[in-house]
Ligand binder design. Structure first.
Ligand SMILES: Cc1cc2nc3c(=O)[nH]c(=O)nc-3n(C[C@H](O)[C@H](O)[C@H](O)COP(=O)(O)O)c2cc1C
Length: 417
């Protein structure tokens, strides 16, 4: 039975464990480009043991960004930064994943720390948003989008395909389409945001057309070995919005259009939700499991899986295939190592690059002083399972040293601690 530290193979890509860093928008780009900030921040998470590393939602068009400070893959000048990001993640043993996004009627914002509200189309840092229907989200998203024409919808497939092709060229090995959180794809799916009367609105089949045609467009241009996944806004938690039952049916269709894994998340098409998923432990795990069981497709979930025992149980109990961590990855770049220690898996330092791992294993410190939280009494001594050896940085060591036998200038390291 797999556990959190078992490898996961989807198509031609194997993750060293079942822990992914969930995409998180950092609002740190200039002209949509990634730079040293992103390289260091993402490299740290890959070095900390995350098997899959998503940067953030990366926009396929300038008006697909959330703010003017968000990253994009619509201009060749953005490729160098993205390539550097891929290189650092890969060199630390992680798999770089891209989340292709378009914010639809939830774009043209200022950053959260500037208030997060929407700018009018004529503001120098704003733009006219586009969406399936000309319906404003409301609240802080006050300005109405324009309705996309069918020709514009078809043009977006070309942008998805071009972005996916560029993504593979710069080194991404996993492609996710962001169709959740009230952004463009999610709003096509939701009767709250989509009032169209053409082939893209109305019935479930029509509201899923934007998903299936975009999947076809992307699948056609990426190598077979590259997993194609979708973060789906699978439930608006509102009787008038996206219903989870519909999502289960639609994911079945998506599987036939090349979807390799479904990443279940919230619809985000309204603030009026009957359930607070934002701080409920393992909030989307049972829903994801329903998809796994009924559609027979691998699934991922995020939302409050940062307690190692919950994350591990979600895998061990066969509920989901991949755990995605957002806020826990922000707060602790070495979350996988901490979790491995907490859960009693042996060789937790096999998750970090070999040269650091060597020191941490061999130059034994007082466990309370090592810099990782001490293993809690609750879990210490739990049955050990084996952590896969790191696929990270390999450092040429000319001696093969067992724990406890290492020396530094002739002094046994374990005594020196
Ligand atoms: C700062 C921040 C930025 C986020 N940006 C994105 C994003 O770009 N794309 C996305 O799909 N989700 C985004 N999310 C949601 C996370 O990926 C994740 O699904 C959510 O935080 C729940 O997981 P958690 O409970 O582990 O934090 C963001 C979350 C945070 C905290």
């Amino acid at each position: 039975m797999p556990h959190l530290f078992s490898p996961l193979t989807i198509k031609g890509v194997t993750l060293r464990n079942r822990i992914g860093m969930s995409p998180m928008t950092m609002y740190r780009s200039v002209e949509g480009r990634m730079d040293d900030y992103h390289v260091s921040y993402l490299g740290a998470r890959a070095a900390g043991g995350f098997g899959l590393v998503f940067p953030e939602q990366i926009a396929i068009t300038p008006d697909g960004r959330t703010t003017v400070s968000c990253a994009g893959i619509y201009d060749e000048s953005q490729l160098e930064g993205l390539e550097r990001v891929c290189r650092i993640i890969t060199s630390m043993g992680g798999v770089p994943a891209i989340q292709l996004g378009h914010t639809g009627r939830k774009g043209s914002l200022v950053t959260p720390w500037e208030g997060g509200h929407m700018l009018p189309p004529d503001h120098p840092k704003g733009w006219q948003t586009k969406a399936p229907s000309a319906i404003a989200y409301g609240g802080d998203f006050a300005h109405a989008p324009e309705e996309l024409t069918v020709a514009e919808i078809h043009g977006l497939y070309e942008e998805y395909a071009r972005s996916a092709r560029w993504a593979v060229e710069v080194g991404f090995e996993w492609i996710e389409m962001h169709y959740a959180h009230g952004y463009l794809g999610a709003s096509f799916f939701s009767p709250i945001a989509n009032h169209r009367t053409d082939a893209y609105g109305g019935s479930l089949e029509n509201r899923t057309r934007f998903h299936l045609e975009a999947l076809d467009a992307v699948r056609a241009v990426i190598p077979e070995r590259v997993p194609l996944t979708m973060r789906l806004g699978s439930d608006d938690l509102n009787p008038d919005g996206t219903q989870f039952d519909d999502s289960v049916v639609a994911i079945g269709w998506m599987k036939e259009h090349g979807l390799d894994l479904a990443d279940l998340s919230v619809g985000g098409n309204t603030d009026d939700m009957r359930e607070n998923i934002f701080n409920t432990p393992s909030a989307f795990v049972q829903r994801a499991n329903r998809v796994r069981t009924e559609v027979d497709i691998p699934v991922a979930a995020s939302w409050n899986l940062g307690k190692p025992q919950n994350a591990d149980a979600a895998i061990k109990d066969g509920l989901i295939d991949l755990v995605l961590l957002g806020r826990p990855a922000l707060s602790n770049p070495h979350w996988p190592v901490w979790a491995a220690r907490e859960l009693g898996y042996d060789n937790p330092f096999g998750l970090v690059p070999e040269d650091w791992g060597w020191w941490l294993r061999n130059f034994r410190a007082d466990q309370e002083s090592i810099g990782f939280p001490a293993v809690s009494e609750e879990t210490a001594g739990a049955p050990a399972a084996t952590v896969m050896p790191t696929q990270g940085l390999k450092v040429a060591l000319d001696v093969d040293v067992e724990p406890g036998e290492a020396t530094l200038d002739g002094v046994p390291l374990h005594d020196a601690a």
